[in-house]
Design a protein around this ligand. Sequence first.
Ligand SMILES: *[C@@H]1O[C@H](CO)[C@@H](O)[C@H](O)[C@H]1NC(C)=O
Length: 212
Amino acid sequence: MGLNFWVPLLAFGSTLITEAKNTLLVCESSTFTLPDIAGLNILSITAEPKRNQSLHFGLPLYLDLSGLNYCDVKVQVCYPNSNDNVLVQIWLPLNLKDWNGCLQAAGGGGAATGLFDSEYAAVSTNGGYFCTQDDMALLIGLGKSVVEQFFGKAAHHSYYNGCSQGDRQGYALAQKYSDLLDGVNGKCPSIGFLDVAMGPYWPQLVMKEESI
Ligand SMILES: *[C@@H]1O[C@H](CO)[C@@H](O)[C@H](O)[C@H]1NC(C)=O
């Protein structure tokens, strides 16, 4: 495709960006209708605006965040034929100008399922009793639907971020659901479980043998 095609397209795109400035979005439970996601029973959606919020993680890799204004969407779901009750939480920038147009699915690490990030529309979950990558795929689908309902347009890219167990699920998502995400931040997957489990014992063995 030649440059002549792209120039008007870019001009059109920048008009949209200008119009996107300072558009406060309506954050109420009635903004949303229950999405229809095969494999999930969606029980309720509530939404509440949160302003000037701060987040302190107390972890070296996670920056403290402050001045966050977001629509706090809580979706209660359950997997059919299970007694589970899962909370999916989706944070959406309240002002369109603060949204980078992307969705980030926040996978977790270990047995915890998620953490949030700024600028993105972010979806995370408490996982319920048991959250496999297949469940995670459904919950990301749910997050995409909520994002589209709120902003009136779909996220142009969707990413997944997790570490350890959460990142292993990211790799599994990329393999099993290749159309679901545009990228997985696959920086620290816990893939070789045998090595991961045995690794911490090695220093103990050395210290025992050396009588340290
Ligand atoms: C936002 O919160 C901070 C404390 O985190 C406070 O110092 C500041 O005054 C607040 N700003 C507004 C506009 O309420």
